[in-house]
Design a protein around this ligand. Sequence first.
Ligand code: AMP
Length: 298
Amino acid sequence: MRITNTFTETRAVAEGAVGLVPTMGFLHEGHLSLIEAARRDNDTVVMSLFVNPLQFDRDDDLARYPRNLERDVELAAGAGADVIFAPRVGEMYPSEQLTRVSVNRLSDELEGPNRPGHFEGVATVVAKLFAGIQPHVAYFGRKDAQQLAIVKRMAADLSMPVRVIGAPIVRESDGLALSSRNIFLSQAERERALQLNRGLMSAADLVETGENDAREIIGAVHAGIGDDLKVEYVALAGQDLVQPLTELDRPAFLALAAWAGKTRLIDNVHLDVADGGYLADRGTRLARSSVLYAIGES
Ligand code: AMP
């Protein structure tokens, strides 16, 4: 396992087919599942670890974003990463970043209006990672469904020679989607956050019985969540263009954002075409509690 800090050094150590897993660190099994997928398909697995200031719309969120390089190195190596590219901010942005990438339309709804500048920050840093590391394949989680759509579109629109792969959401055994930010949840907030998954899963059940009216599907999510959480949005959107749908008539995802106390959580379920109907990708559930909760126990 090598730790690199510059693009030049990273390219020099990456041989053969290169798989890239971009992350902001503070790893959990969601990140590790991407490393494992990359390990299966590539000669060299590079995981980037960079808390990208450009994509944070709130200073307090950036300041308190959890970090632990030592722990991340151990977890990434265990999952099969060959290289961890962990640049400093000054290495990633040596001078003011005047060139920005924005993917029109796909950024307009859902997370877009709630997090001004976020997707421009994401697309810009991912474009830099693709240009600087030159991976053959890049792995992203379906957890960030809109981000996945934006990165795929950016790579296609800019003729970037990289294949972008989306992987299923990894969940705690009780259904909570893994997120580095879960570390901030109190026990009571965590209990309440479980309702997000419950709402999505009952809507997924409804879809699988043949319901395709977006109002009914979204209504089922709200009914499952109840009143304990501040919900920012629940939306049904197309997987490619992230446009809100009134009817489920193409591959889509049912997404939400909500606040548990001071922590903003997102979750979704992808609805894929299967056998003349739609099948919900409910993600995978861990058999035991995530490595996130082992912190401080050893
Ligand atoms: P982050 O470190 O939050 O920027 O996430 C890095 C990558 O891991 C992104 O592609 C995320 O979509 C993915 N990811 C985060 N959480 C999960 C999860 N629970 N399951 C699968 N992928 C995830």
